[in-house]
Design a protein around this ligand. Structure first.
Ligand code: E4P
Length: 219
């Protein structure tokens, strides 16, 4: 499963990229606002050069013509740019128009299997079910993802399932167990994926035993 960072913070993105496990990035207007971004195009260019993989950049327009215009401009920012569109009728129309131009599209704000069916039919490269927000609202986000997997398998849709709105390492494990193509995680969750108390205690025991034994350094 590919791991993306869900962030518009250059320091977080740079740090996660340095770990050698980062496959891509997703951003959205809220993440940009949270980081005080005013010139999104300039930040987007920097993210595109930092990330070794697809970077989703969201349009702001709500209508087909505006989304298509913004999508074409965003796609021109870099080879790894992916245009992120909201899952509405206008978004579906723009998705079809952009995919016809061979531009990769990530359909966002997906909360049901039926929405996922439509975005696959519109030719989306990625579908982003928002698992955490469904869970927050008392639904079962994973159940929706499971339904999407089943429907895509039934018909051989090629749209990649991007497990989004991740709240915890458990979400990441569940995404991987279900066979999702990608999980996009906040930096705080990415950091937690490697952590285990037994690793920490095991490592300090190795170090203290080594110091006691008088073993020479390896190199
Ligand atoms: C995905 O592309 C979105 O940016 C993101 O996962 C939204 O998550 P949130 O519910 O934490 O805002």
């Amino acid at each position: 499963m590919k791991l993306f960072i869900d962030s518009a913070n250059l320091e977080e993105i740079k740090t996660a990229a340095s770990w050698g496990i980062l496959d891509g990035c997703t951003t959205n207007p809220t993440l940009a606002a949270k980081n005080g971004v005013t010139d999104f195009l300039s930040i987007a260019k920097q993210i595109l050069s930092l990330v070794p993989g697809p970077v989703s950049l969201e349009v702001l327009s709500q209508d087909y013509a505006g989304m298509t215009r913004e999508g074409i401009a965003l796609a021109k920012l870099g080879k790894n740019a992916v245009v992120k569109l909201p899952t509405t009728i206008e978004g579906l129309k723009a998705c079809r128009a952009l995919t016809n131009k061979k531009i990769s599209v990530n359909m966002t704000l997906v909360f049901s299997a039926l929405q996922a069916l439509l975005v696959a039919k519109a030719g989306a490269t990625y579908v982003s079910p928002f698992v955490g927000r469904l869970d927050d609202a008392g639904h079962d986000g994973n159940e929706v993802v499971q339904e999407i997997i089943e429907i895509y398998d039934n018909y051989g849709f090629k749209t990649k399932i991007l497990y989004a709105s991740v709240r915890s390492p458990l979400h990441v494990k569940q995404a991987a167990l279900m066979g999702c193509d990608i999980a996009t995680c906040p930096f705080s969750v990415l950091e937690k994926l490697v952590q285990h108390p037994l690793t920490d205690t095991g490592l300090s025991k190795f170090l203290s035993d080594w110091k006691k034994s008088g073993l020479k350094p390896l190199v």
